[in-house]
Design a protein around this ligand. Structure first.
Ligand SMILES: Nc1ncnc2[nH]cnc12
Ligand SMILES: [Zn+2]
Length: 333
C-alpha cells in the first residue's frame, strides 16, 4: 500500500486534466461496439488490454482515436461520461474540468450535438446524484488546421455558454501553439479560458508560446518547462497552473521512471502544479493512483500531498468563494 494512501483517499480533489474519451475502458468499448454493431480489431478483453501498449504520444493517439470510433449515439457519450464520474467519486473527486475532442467525432460523421448533449446530460446527473461539480472544455486537435478549428468554433456556437474554456491537444511536435494564434485570440475575445497542452513532448519554446504569445490560463503537462530557467521564473511568478499527469508521462515515455518526474522540483520551486489522470483507461490509473504512485516515487511529504490537493482547487476555474470552500474543507480534514 502506498505510504499516503489513506490521506490521499480522504482528500477532496479537483481533476483538471481529463480527456473523457481517455476514460473509455476496454470492457465498455467492447459492450458499445456490440450494441452499435461496429467491428473492432480485438476479439477478447485480453487482446484489447494487450494492445494498450505504447512508447510515445503518437502511438497512444492512434489507439485512442481508434477506440472512440465505436461511440456513435448520445447515449454512448452519456454512458462514457457517467462511468467516469462514478469512478471519480470513489476517489473523492469533487470537481472536474473535463476535456473532450469534438473533431475526433464530427470528422467521422457523429454530430457535434450528439457528442456534446450526451456528455452534458451525464455531467448534470453527476452534479445532482454524485455531488460532483463540473465544467467542460472543448479541445482543438492540433494536428488539424487552424481553419478546421475556426469551423469547430462556429459549429459549436449554440453551446458556447456550456464551455468554460477551450483546449489544444493531440500530436504536439510540429504543431506549435502559434499555429493557432488567431483562433485562440478569438476564443479569448469570446471569454473562454485557454488551456493548452505544451511541453509534454514538445520543446520549452512551445510553453513560452502558449504562455507569452497566446496567454494561456493553464498549461497542460508543461514538463519540459524545466529545461528553461527563464520559464521556470515566469511560471513561478505568474502562478500559471500546470496540470501534471504522472502515469501518463510514464506510459508515454515522457519519463523513463516516475522518479524522473519534475513534480517535486516544481512544487519546491513554488509552482502551482496539480496531479491529474489524463487518459486513465489507457495509463493504468485514476486520480488517486496517480497521487499514490508519484508520492511514493518522489517521497513526497504529507504536507506536499495536501498542497497538491489544495492546488487542484486553486488552479480550477471555480469562483473564488467555491475555491476557498474546498480549500477550507481540506484544511479541516
Ligand atoms: N496526453 C495527451 N497529449 C496530447 N493529446 C492528448 N489527447 C488525449 N490525451 C492526450
Ligand atoms: Zn492530456
Amino acid at each position: 500500500m502506498a505510504k499516503h494512501a489513506e490521506l490521499i483517499a480522504s482528500l477532496p480533489k479537483a481533476e483538471l486534466h481529463l480527456h473523457i474519451e481517455g476514460s473509455f475502458e476496454p470492457e465498455m468499448m467492447m459492450q458499445i461496439a456490440e450494441r452499435n454493431r461496429v467491428e473492432i480489431p480485438f476479439k477478447t478483453l485480453e487482446e484489447a488490454k494487450a494492445a494498450y501498449n505504447f512508447s510515445n504520444l503518437q502511438e497512444f493517439l492512434d489507439l485512442y482515436y481508434q477506440g472512440m470510433n465505436v461511440l456513435r449515439t448520445e447515449q454512448d457519450f452519456h454512458d462514457l461520461t457517467w462511468a467516469y464520474l462514478k469512478r471519480a467519486k470513489l476517489d473523492n473527486v469533487q470537481h472536474v474540468e473535463m476535456f473532450y475532442d469534438p473533431q475526433a467525432h464530427t470528422g467521422r460523421g457523429v454530430a457535434f450535438g450528439t457528442v456534446t448533449e450526451g456528455i452534458l446530460s451525464a455531467l448534470k446527473q453527476g452534479e445532482k446524484e454524485l455531488g460532483i461539480s463540473s465544467m467542460l472544455i472543448m479541445s482543438f486537435l492540433r494536428h488539424l488546421s487552424e481553419e478546421d478549428g475556426f469551423a469547430l468554433l462556429e459549429e459549436s456556437k449554440p453551446w458556447h455558454d456550456k464551455f468554460v474554456g477551450v483546449g489544444l491537444d493531440s500530436s504536439e511536435v510540429g504543431h506549435p501553439p502559434l499555429k493557432f494564434e488567431r483562433l485562440f485570440a478569438r476564443c479569448r475575445e469570446l471569454g473562454f479560458k485557454l488551456c493548452l497542452h505544451a511541453g509534454e513532448e514538445g520543446p520549452p519554446s512551445y510553453v513560452r508560446e502558449a504562455l507569452l504569445d497566446i496567454g494561456a490560463d493553464r498549461i497542460d503537462h508543461g514538463n519540459r518547462s524545466m529545461e528553461d530557467a527563464g520559464l521556470i521564473e515566469i511560471l513561478r511568478d505568474t502562478q500559471t497552473p500546470l496540470t501534471n499527469c504522472p502515469l501518463s508521462n510514464l506510459a508515454l515515455c515522457v519519463i523513463d521512471d516516475l522518479k524522473q518526474s519534475p513534480l517535486k522540483a516544481q512544487l519546491e520551486a513554488g509552482f502551482l502544479v496539480t496531479v491529474n489522470s489524463d487518459d486513465p483507461a489507457y495509463f493504468g490509473g485514476y486520480i488517486n493512483r496517480n497521487y499514490e504512485q508519484i508520492s511514493d516515487a518522489l517521497d513526497l511529504s504529507a504536507q506536499q500531498v495536501v498542497q497538491l490537493a489544495k492546488n487542484s482547487f486553486t488552479a480550477s476555474f471555480l469562483p473564488e468563494n467555491k475555491r476557498s470552500h474546498f480549500i477550507q474543507k481540506i484544511e479541516n480534514a
